[in-house]
Design a protein around this ligand. Structure first.
Ligand code: SAM
Ligand code: DTB
Ligand code: SF4
Length: 327
């Protein structure tokens, strides 16, 4: 009887060097039979992580809607006719109460999102207080505030920020079809500033926007080949929002989503790959396949920023059924 062992993976592993990745190599990963791709991803995953441990972050929108940017997927752009109600920057005590509740339910990280092109100085000061207070609860902190100006990342670092989320979102070639109000290079510039300040980088993208497989692979190549890959890589499946230009984007084949997770895992072996937006619409079985493909982080709690996420009870039941533990 032939026993499947990691040794059997060696020739394949040799064919796919870890860094730098080429587009052809990542496309070759996508082209593998699904079972081979999953097996490779699971092997890589087990070399670096406990395959049964999932990191859980809870999200809070601390400033909602009215954003000047035109991102074609986003409910919060002032340029799209969505029925979202705008909300001003949330008071500190409400943010701290939400973080306490998230901690009590078992989240290890609290992520605060603001619908800004980037923070104004006065707003940043208020976010710094939020970071300090959430950190004082013993939680990891993350914020996503848009593009940063010189000096802002350093202030966030001083306040105790652990992660800054800023997604490249999609391949450079496709970017201009989705977003025109800023450029892909603007996003890279903010990632540089976050890295320079010594904050962990959280950067990934969205799939299911009508991009090609080549675009998806190119996004992963770009993330994996950053001078240092992001510590955290969220993979979002588009949540179609009525009133946005992408409201009617064709749905992505779920197996293509799984392939994207697996390719992210293989190309960024030591990064936390987060199964992000779109989880509410996924079956438990599809989510299990994403974990098998190497996803080891997720958003936990009934809300993302403006859309829904699975009920905590459903997630707790899923963890129990799959024998997963939260970290
Ligand atoms: N304004 C900041 C920015 O753009 O970085 C922070 C908030 S923004 C909403 C954070 C990320 O959420 C986006 O980069 C995008 O990846 C994701 N996102 C937004 N709307 C989404 C949607 N409808 N479906 C899936 N992901 C979405
Ligand atoms: C990320 O990559 N996904 C999260 C977080 N970073 C900020 C946001 C998902 C937003 C989904 C749509 C919404 O709820 O508005
Ligand atoms: Fe604004 Fe961020 Fe939404 Fe773009 S993704 S419209 S920058 S909140």
């Amino acid at each position: 009887m032939t026993v499947c062992s990691p040794v059997a993976a060696a020739p394949v592993a040799a064919a796919f060097p870890r860094h730098p990745w080429t587009l052809a190599e990542v496309l070759a990963l996508y082209d593998l039979p699904l079972m081979d791709l999953l097996w490779r991803a699971q092997n890589v995953h087990r070399q670096h992580f406990d395959a049964n441990a999932i990191q859980r972050s809870t999200l809070l929108s601390v400033k909602t809607g009215g954003c000047s940017e035109d991102c074609g997927y986003c409910s919060q752009s002032a340029r799209h006719a969505t029925d979202l109600e705008r909300e001003r920057l949330m008071p500190l005590d409400e943010v701290v109460a939400a973080a306490e509740a998230a901690k009590a339910k078992g989240a290890s990280r609290f992520c605060m999102g603001a619908a800004w092109k980037g923070p104004k100085e006065g707003d940043l000061e208020r976010v710094l207080d939020m970071v300090r207070e959430v950190k004082a609860l013993g939680m990891q902190t993350c914020v996503t505030l848009g593009m940063l100006k010189d000096g802002q990342a350093e202030k966030l670092k001083e306040a105790g920020l652990d992660y800054y989320n800023h997604n490249l979102d999609t391949d450079r070639e496709f970017y201009g079809q989705v977003i025109k109000s800023h450029t892909h290079d603007d996003r890279l510039d903010t990632l540089d500033q976050v890295r320079e300040a010594g904050i962990n980088v959280c950067s990934g993208g969205i799939v299911g926007m009508g991009e090609s497989r080549k675009n998806r692979a190119a996004l992963l190549v770009q993330l994996a080949n950053l001078p240092q890959p992001p510590e955290s890589v969220p993979i979002n499946n588009l949540v179609p929002i009525p009133g946005t230009p992408l409201a009617d984007a064709p749905r992505l084949d779920p197996f293509e989503f799984v392939r994207t997770i697996a390719a992210a895992r293989i190309t960024m072996p030591t990064s936390w790959v987060r199964l992000s937006a779109g989880r509410q619409e996924m079956s438990d079985e599809l989510q299990a396949l994403c974990f098998l493909a190497g996803a080891n982080s997720m958003f936990y709690g009934e809300h993302l920023l403006t859309t829904g996420n699975p009920e905590v009870d459903r997630d707790d039941a899923l963890f129990a059924r799959l024998g997963l533990k939260a970290v």
